[in-house]
Ligand binder design. Structure first.
Ligand code: NAP
Length: 299
């Protein structure tokens, strides 16, 4: 397979960042951090731009724009507005696809509309912003390369009960991003980093969770999804997880350390350990079916 992220990435001193979902949580922390860095420009976006009032007005390095990732018109309008604001020398150096929510609950109970809306945000929204970002990075007059962070999740590597559509969206983002990363011409130096955090201390559970109507066949508290709910709620009470500001600092470190960008970045000990264990289990499963898989050939 052809390699990805071949050359070390060098963050320009006057880099422009674009981040989706900056109203709260991780997106807000990234926008706040970049806005605090001298000469770095931030295009902070949110469905409702009033949610960006925590960023100062009247700073030419800070652009606040409305952007709903589910709307083609909204995404196009944001890219047009950014190009107009920064003029001839408009370039995008770092893009963070952060917007997302989780459709959670009993898979059998989900409606077609709920399923499509979830994929529209998590998967198609990421696709829209990514493809437009690549075009801007590729066409920049002076070739500057670029870096696209996809805020996936441990949920993009491991699947747990009761979140089938969230996992489907994040797994789709991971496959899409890996394929696109392999599609880049090496001279473009366009890099991808799929970020896979475990718990982050944001209000994701309260603010960004859509709950499927409970299905009567899955109510028993011994059902796997009910047990996981209990475990997650206990963890929330204990305040486990990383600070979103720490996650923002790590993204800035990856962008600015002038080294090769990792294609995948599990974040947090839980994410690293569970992902590793998943792949180790998979290797064992592969060995168990090796003779069948070979279909009479040598492996
Ligand atoms: N918190 C965790 O434990 C955790 C772990 C792993 C991965 N993540 C991922 O991290 C990302 C950010 O989540 P968070 O923890 O920071 O929670 P959050 O504070 O609830 O942030 C979610 C953000 O996504 C935005 N959003 C939702 N739908 C959108 C749309 N159609 N267009 C544009 N923006 C939209 C929300 O905007 P509104 O305010 O307008 O709703 C909000 O800004 C998500 O992709 C999530 O899957 C979170």
């Amino acid at each position: 397979m052809n390699p990805v992220n071949i050359e070390p990435y060098k963050l320009p001193a006057d880099a422009t960042w674009l981040v989706t979902g900056c109203s709260s949580g991780i997106g807000r922390e990234i926008a706040t951090l970049i806005a605090s860095k001298p000469n770095q420009r931030i295009i902070a976006t949110a469905r409702n731009p009033n949610d960006l009032s925590y960023l100062p007005d009247g700073n030419s390095n800070i652009l606040k724009l409305p952007l709903d990732v589910t709307s083609v018109e909204s995404v196009d309008a944001a890219f047009t507005a950014a190009a107009q604001q920064f003029g001839e020398n408009f370039h995008l150096d770092v893009v963070v696809n952060n917007a997302g929510y989780s459709l959670s609950g009993d898979t059998e109970g989900a409606t077609e509309e709920e399923i499509h809306q979830a994929m529209e945000t998590v998967f198609f929204g990421t696709v829209r912003v990514t493809t437009r970002s690549i075009a801007v990075m590729r066409q920049a007059k002076e070739r500057r390369g670029g870096l696209i962070f996809q805020i996936s999740s441990l949920a993009g590597l491991c699947a747990f009960p009761g979140h089938a559509f969230y996992h489907a969206g994040k797994f789709a983002v991971e496959g899409f991003s890996e394929s696109v990363a392999r599609e880049m011409h090496p001279d473009w130096n366009i890099n991808f980093c799929i970020v896979e955090p475990s718990g982050v201390k944001t209000n994701f559970e309260g603010h960004s969770k859509a709950n499927i109507k409970p299905h009567p066949a899955y109510l028993d508290e011994d059902m796997p999804a009910r047990k996981l709910e209990k475990y997650v709620n206990a963890g929330k009470k204990l305040g486990v997880g990383m600070e979103p500001s720490a996650l923002a600092e790590i993204l800035f470190m990856i962008a600015s350390r002038e080294e090769r960008v990792p294609l995948r970045l599990p974040l947090g000990a839980v994410s690293w350990k569970l992902s590793k264990s998943k792949f180790e289990t998979l290797l064992g499963d592969f060995e168990a079916v090796k003779d069948i898989s070979a279909m009479g050939q040598e492996i």
